[in-house]
Design a protein around this ligand. Structure first.
Ligand code: NAD
Ligand code: DAU
Length: 353
């Protein structure tokens, strides 16, 4: 019998697929159930490495559907939840906020209610782990960092919906005693990220000699973390995090968008065996994102000192690994940029030029 039965939501997405693979490979004595709606961002091709593993099961379902979620709890004696399923792209939240309200707020609440119902206040050995973002803290000026005590100040429909879900998770801990833990992470990058996000979008455009769209003047700053390091932090927090706590996770790796893209261009020139400077010619400044947060930067000293986590890769190495993965996985990229992606890209970028 499996020692633990874990429900991982959003496990076909970017970060979720890395978390699912880590848990399936590391914990052969756990039963891992990946529950995912397979939206445009969900892709079972991210999980082919673990196809057929006896401790792994995929179930297609919607976290905002009570019957879908009930069915899983009815079928499996779930004792741990790692909740990653979400609408995750800020630009899409600006054009279609309702999808974010439904999945991120209603979906999270359906999961919380169902866990309460099936765990029947017998909480020993149970955990509801909610994966969140640094964007809930708002936007920083030139100085300072987000700590676990920074007041929430979300400024996009995406971050507002994630903030609401964090508040609900904390409310269930305080009101009903549901054992919960939350982590708030900075920008992830790495293999399998959908090419609507800055780094994979730019890799794909450079490869196809298309303009690299930089919002505004490229002055906005993000703190980048390799996805494998986020997955390792999630593993530690799931096993050693204190119920009722929050952990900030970050790369201590701040980059202005324009400087990051210039570094990426240099790596791409080298990998494509073309003269240095070739990719940079594609940089195009376009209309800024509405309400564009200036700077995110995480103070991750709590997880470093309490749980002994730290990022393992430098940005140069992580970025090079990422580029290598996209260049070696042309079929994956071609499949995700066909069809709906073209429509999305057209709508998103034609109005910006
Ligand atoms: P993603 O968009 O790549 O994947 C989201 C996954 O959730 C997809 O597989 C999708 O099919 C699934 N999903 C969406 N709606 C669903 C629903 N209603 N029911 C079931 N499944 C559904 O997202 P990601 O970048 O991997 O982010 C995962 C989580 O991590 C999110 O909660 C996000 O807020 C958080 N996060 C992301 C980052 C980042 O840089 N990408 C940083 C910090 C936190
Ligand atoms: O900080 C964590 C968050 O990071 C996660 O919660 C989100 O799910 C994730 O999408 C990410 O949000 P960002 O908005 O920071 O990521 P994105 O890749 O969309 O953009 C990174 C920066 O690049 C941001 O300042 C906007 C800019 N940008 C983005 C795109 C897509 C551009 O200049 N051009 C683009 O085409």
């Amino acid at each position: 019998m499996a020692q633990r039965v874990l429900l991982i939501t959003g496990g076909a997405g970017f970060i979720g697929s890395h978390v699912v693979k880590l848990f399936v490979n590391r914990y052969s004595n756990y039963q891992i159930i990946n529950f995912d709606k397979l939206t445009y961002a969900g892709n079972l091709q991210n999980l082919t490495d673990i196809d057929g593993k006896s401790n792994y099961q995929f179930i297609k379902g919607d976290i905002a559907s009570e019957s879908d979620v009930n069915n899983v709890f009815e079928q499996y004696p779930i004792d741990g939840i790692i909740h990653l399923a979400a609408e995750s792209h800020v630009d899409r939240s600006i054009t279609d906020p309702m999808a974010f309200i439904r999945t991120n707020i209603v979906g999270t609440t359906v999961l919380l209610n169902t866990a309460r119902k099936y765990w029947k206040e017998n909480y020993v050995g149970k955990l509801f782990y909610h994966i969140s973002t640094d964007e809930v803290y708002g936007s920083l000026g030139a100085h300072g960092f987000f700590t676990e005590e920074t007041p929430y100040d979300p400024r996009s429909p995406y971050s507002a919906s994630k903030a609401a879900s964090d508040h609900l998770v904390r409310a269930y801990y305080h009101t009903y005693g549901l054992p919960t833990v939350i982590s708030n992470c900075s920008n992830n990058y790495g293999p399998n990220q959908f090419p609507e996000k800055l780094i994979p979008l730019s890799i794909n455009n450079i490869k196809n000699k298309k303009p690299i769209p930089i919002y505004g003047k490229g002055e906005n700053i993000r703190d980048w973390l390799f996805v494998g390091d986020h997955a390792a932090a999630i593993d530690l927090i799931f096993h050693k995090g204190k119920p009722g706590s929050t952990y900030n996770i970050g790369g201590n790796n701040e980059w202005k968008n324009i400087d990051l893209i210039r570094l990426l261009c240099r790596i791409m020139d080298k990998k494509l065996s073309q003269p240095q400077g070739e990719s940079e010619k594609l940089i195009t400044f376009v209309k800024d994102r509405a309400g564009h947060d200036l700077r995110y930067a995480i103070d991750s000293s709590k997880i470093q000192s309490e749980l002994g986590w730290k990022p393992s890769l430098t940005f140069d190495i992580g970025l090079e690994k990422t580029v290598d993965w996209y260049l070696a996985n042309q079929a994956w990229l071609n499949a995700v940029v066909s069809g709906d992606y073209q429509k999305y890209y057209e709508q998103q970028y034609s109005k910006r030029e």
